[in-house]
Design a protein around this ligand. Structure first.
Ligand code: APR
Length: 229
């Protein structure tokens, strides 16, 4: 049976594809107030402002290309049973070829009604406009998990992490819970690796590989895959 790998990824993985992170010096939450743009309160206060913010992010994500790190993660499927658990809302993992991706914070390529996630619509790069409604008559909104809202697929993600032989954390500051807490479910005998530019605290048992994902991840993937058979 193929060895199981779980990849936990964050915005730092897509940084070299030209997409902003959140908490780095040029990060989104250092430019904007997340309360105004990524919370139910901000949505109620000024939906047009929130829609404009995500329409711009959606267009940028659609124009971006997967980088060498996304491709190296997808390549692991050649020899391993890989599940990607991502906090990223861009579709770069799938566009790189990863076939099992759990988006715990939602996806820019989908819209949903304001009344709940009963009905979601694939919109790819299309903007959402004020006045566009769901079948239930509510205003369409981005299918993104905002602060204070429930994170998605967490039970499934925990099971995958707990069963993994290798756990790779890449490009996340591990500051937003419950996603950040997934590392605690990694088996003690699993190989655990964390790549980031810098990290205040390394979770117990993780080997820290400092550096840019496009340099570190292809090397790690090649090492794990071993010589071509
Ligand atoms: N290669 C590797 N790591 C990088 C790179 C890079 N090129 N560039 C930045 N990083 C690292 C940073 O050092 C940092 O540790 O990526 C991390 C980005 O952290 P955050 O900006 O906090 O982003 P993330 O962890 O994805 O945020 C989690 O917060 O705002 C919410 O919902 C949003 O999913 C997001 C969640």
């Amino acid at each position: 049976m193929s060895k199981r790998i779980v990849v936990l990824s964050g915005s730092g993985l897509s940084a070299e594809s030209g997409l902003p992170t959140f908490r780095d010096s040029a990060g989104l939450w250092n430019q904007y107030d997340w309360r105004e743009l990524a919370s139910p309160e901000g949505w109620r206060k000024h939906p047009e402002v929130v829609l404009a913010f995500y329409n711009e992010r959606r267009a940028r994500a659609w124009a971006a290309q997967p980088n060498a790190a996304h491709l190296a993660i997808a390549a692991l499927e050649r020899r391993f049973d890989v599940v990607v658990v991502t906090q990223n809302v861009d579709g770069l993992h799938e566009r790189a070829g990863s076939t099992r991706v759990l988006h715990v914070h939602g996806e820019l390529a989908f819209a949903r009604g304001s009344g709940g996630r009963q009905r979601r619509y694939r919109i790819d790069a299309a903007p959402i406009e004020l006045g566009q409604t769901c079948e239930d008559g509510t205003q369409l909104r981005p299918d993104i998990v905002w602060f204070g809202e429930e994170t998605l697929h967490m039970d499934e993600a925990r099971e995958h992490v707990a069963a993994a032989d290798k756990v790779l954390v890449v490009g996340t500051s591990l500051t937003v819970y419950p996603a950040a807490g997934l590392v605690e479910f990694a088996r003690c005998d699993a190989e655990k690796v964390l790549n980031s530019l810098d990290m205040d605290e390394i979770p117990a048992g993780f080997q820290f590989l400092a550096g840019r994902a496009t340099e570190v991840i292809p090397q790690l993937s090649a090492r794990w895959l071993g010589p071509p058979s």
